[in-house]
Design a binder for this molecule. Structure first.
Ligand code: C2O
Ligand code: CU
Ligand code: CU
Length: 490
């Protein structure tokens, strides 16, 4: 389709949606999302919380065992109001699972919600039947044990969240999401102090309650959330001047693109979804962290005492209609104390050996399109022309085969595409006939595919079973932008 026809079709599709959901309005309002009412605002500027850790109930070497309960809870997030949430172990955000490569993990989930849930171990190479996919719901009142081994080489920053059919977005928006950190025995950055920053979003109505998703949210991803870091709004992270730290930043929002920049500082990128890069990449003014992605960055704070700097998610233009659905927003303040500056810490030149990309023995194509309707209004975003059906198999792979997947985005906006069960590599991107190789080698489990582009990734699944392939804008996933990959034994 030529660009102009493509845009025309897109605009027609959008108009149909707005008319269909009663938005109506003239042609100009059709192009502007309705303002999201501010609702109740959270207090800003508290110290950055450190997240609670899920306690290990096992004393055995290499064993981690714990219990998680997903349950209704309340929190005092805004003054004079009690907000109803759904939480893991009553914590907002949930507790960090902090484990080591080689560990045997056993976590029992008790579902005290009134609907099905699961725990999905996002990005980890767990067996298909332990993956917490929508095919294995945990019914209200039920408890199930998840059990898996963490293989060598999987150290990295992951997260866990519910993945129940059709209600993932709702459950995450109610507070169910938390980090899962796997450590290596020989971490080359072990001497550098680290901080975990879990970015989530919350949208409250004027009654102080989490508001439900509407048609606009299902089209663009949940709109108008207040971004939180470790559950706090614009928290202050205080360090000694000149301090060098390793920040693990997780994008656990429903659908916000975080184009991160820290005023007056550059980032050194050392890790992505699946752990460390081969070597640090210094001097980055900004890094785009798509929904579900994680990064590890080294930040050396300014040596100026008593100074303040803002970590910002800059405006990200995700759509070719210029709706600007991802406005810029401040995330956190980095503050230095009045103490004598520390000397910066040096980084190793090499972080780890990444295996070279293997030649692909098969090729797959996943074309992202949209149908006339959108989201819950019917239709929506499709993968190879189809909406999710867990009783259908959309892709078949063979365990152990390296495959090249071309993910073609023929819609008007970006989609962060995630594949369960493994980490993969970006090989190249193609836009308007121009191919750009991946700028560096990295393990990722979610690739952002901008509107009009094709991303080519190289994937190898080692464990057989059925896996989800989906957009990680959770409203898109719930509305059917998901497919089933059946990995057959070799
Ligand atoms: Cu983080 Cu299928 O999900
Ligand atoms: Cu996942
Ligand atoms: Cu999407």
């Amino acid at each position: 389709m030529k660009r102009r026809e493509f845009l025309g079709a897109t605009l027609a599709g959008t108009g149909a949606v707005l008319a269909g959901c009663g938005g109506g309005g003239g042609s100009s309002s059709m192009m502007t999302p309705p303002p999201v009412s501010a609702g109740a605002l959270l207090a800003e500027g508290q110290p950055l919380k450190s997240l609670a850790t899920l306690a290990n109930a096992s004393a055995g070497a290499g064993q981690f065992s714990a219990a998680l309960a997903a349950a209704p809870a309340t929190a005092n997030l805004v003054s004079g109001r009690t907000t109803a949430l759904w939480l893991y172990n009553g914590l907002f955000p949930g507790p960090v699972v902090d484990v080591r490569e080689g560990d045997r993990v056993r976590i029992a989930l008790e579902n005290r919600l009134s609907k099905d849930t699961t725990v999905h171990w996002h990005g980890l190479p767990v067996p298909a039947d332990q993956d917490g996919s929508p095919m294995d719901p945990v019914r209200p009142g039920a408890t199930r044990l998840y059990e898996f081994d963490l293989p060598r080489g999987c150290a990295g920053t992951y997260w866990y969240h519910p993945h129940a059919h059709g209600t993932t977005a709702e459950q995450v928006s109610m507070g169910l999401a938390a980090p899962f950190i796997v450590r290596a025995a020989n971490d080359p950055l072990a001497a550098i102090p680290e901080v975990t920053m879990l970015v989530t979003g919350i949208r409250l109505g004027s009654d102080g309650q989490v508001s439900a998703n509407g048609a606009m949210d299902f089209m663009f991803g949940r709109q108008g959330e207040q971004l939180l870091v470790n559950g706090g709004r614009l928290p202050v992270h205080t360090v000694l001047p000149g301090a060098t730290q390793r920040w693990r930043i997780l994008n656990a929002t429903s659908g916000r693109y975080l184009r991160l920049a820290l005023d007056g500082h550059a980032f050194t990128l050392v890790g992505t979804d699946g752990g460390l890069l081969a070597a640090p990449i210094a001097g980055l003014a900004e890094i785009l962290v798509a929904p579900a992605q994680r990064i590890e960055v080294i930040v050396t704070a300014s040596s100026a005492p008593a100074a303040r700097f803002t970590l910002r998610a800059q405006r990200h233009v995700s759509d070719n209609m210029g709706l600007g659905s991802y406005a810029g927003e401040d995330l956190l303040t980095l503050a230095t104390t009045v103490d004598t500056p520390l000397a910066p810490l040096a980084l190793p030149a090499v972080l780890r050996a990444l295996p070279p990309r293997a030649p692909a023995v098969a090729r797959k194509r996943a074309v992202l399109t949209q149908s006339g309707g959108m989201g819950m209004m019917g239709g929506g975003f499709l993968i190879n022309g189809r909406s999710f059906d867990m009783n259908r198999v959309d892709f078949v792979s063979t365990a152990g085969d390296t495959e090249a997947w071309d993910i073609v985005n023929n819609t008007f906006m970006d989609h962060p595409i995630h594949i369960h069960g493994t980490q993969f590599r970006l090989a190249s991107r193609e836009s308007a006939g121009r191919v750009t190789p991946a700028p560096y080698e990295a393990w990722i489990d979610t690739v952002n595919v901008p509107a009009g582009e094709t991303a080519t990734i190289e994937v190898r699944q080692d464990l057989p079973g059925k896996r989800m392939v989906h957009c990680h804008i959770l409203e898109h996933e719930d509305a059917g932008m998901m497919a089933v990959l059946d990995v057959r034994p070799a």
